[in-house]
Design a protein around this ligand. Sequence first.
Ligand code: UFG
Length: 328
Amino acid sequence: MKVLVCGGAGYIGSHIVRELTKLNKYEIVVLDNLSTGHTIAVPEGIPVEVGDIRDKQFLEDVFSKHKPTAVFHFSASIEVAQSCVDPLGYYENNVAGTIYLLQAMQKHGAKYFIFSSTAALFGQPERIPIHPDDLSIPVNPYGDTKLAVETMLKWCDQAFGLKYACLRYFNACGADASGDIGEDHTPESHLIPLILQVPLGKREKIFIFGDDYDTEDGSCVRDYVHVTDLATAHILALDYLARENTSNRFNLGSGKGYSVKEIIEAARRVTGHPIPAEIKPRRAGDPATLVASSEKAETVLGWKRQYHSVDDIVRTAWNFHQKHPKGF
Ligand code: UFG
């Protein structure tokens, strides 16, 4: 099957490409505008079409040339704080860009769409763990752009039979076991890579944004899920669409929450560095606790996670950062 991976040079996309190549049954094409992705993260021999999903002519050229059957879609802006400053830029890239992509799919008869969605669409959740059908009221533009696409997909299925899977990640983290690819954002805003900048000598300490939350140790609790496990879920989702010919949506997490302080402790154990930390005020828009119920992904897709301990997850990230102290 021919698959197009939009955003395949980025953090999560490149891990999907890597897992897809291992299976030897997909013909893979990567599309990426390289605004945040890295061509070096794409295995040799995989064609990379460099361009933007907001460019309709570019999409027309890519779809005419490659005629993919399935599309994995990771091309999006992902910074919650930035989305509050530039909501229109976020809607333009994440919603308008996806409209053009879906139009190209419709025109060229691509059948399956695997959508990179987010826990951010649940806003302040009504219960923990969060189930896929729980109420979704995003509290920032980023989450809202992802919800808008999820809603659009429902109508695309109804109108022209597009089969889609929405995969809501909780906190994607870690790196491929090889240490060849991993998380490299500029600027970095995610907790684990920021913590690891301390033992790498790039920052003096880590800031803990708030220790007065209603959680066990007062810091925010999140559900950290390894990027290679996320990659496996995407491939299972494509299998599911091809087998069942029905659309669906899934939450992807570990079912267990860890506080910011616990993650810092894990990084101290893994790196052997004291990693000084300082309490700072709360970051705007952070819910106290976000933990997924991944039960549906496990029962319906047969998803089994390979990484269960945060130490193991942090160890893979540390391996990548030690191999690439300056990033890619
Ligand atoms: N945090 C700190 N110090 C830092 C950075 C983060 O204390 O220097 C805290 C945050 O306040 C939060 C936790 O660490 O409580 C995790 O923060 P991240 O920025 O790593 O991740 P988020 O949970 O904010 O966001 C992630 C993704 C989003 C996605 C969201 C869904 O980055 O794209 O999960 O829950 F929308």
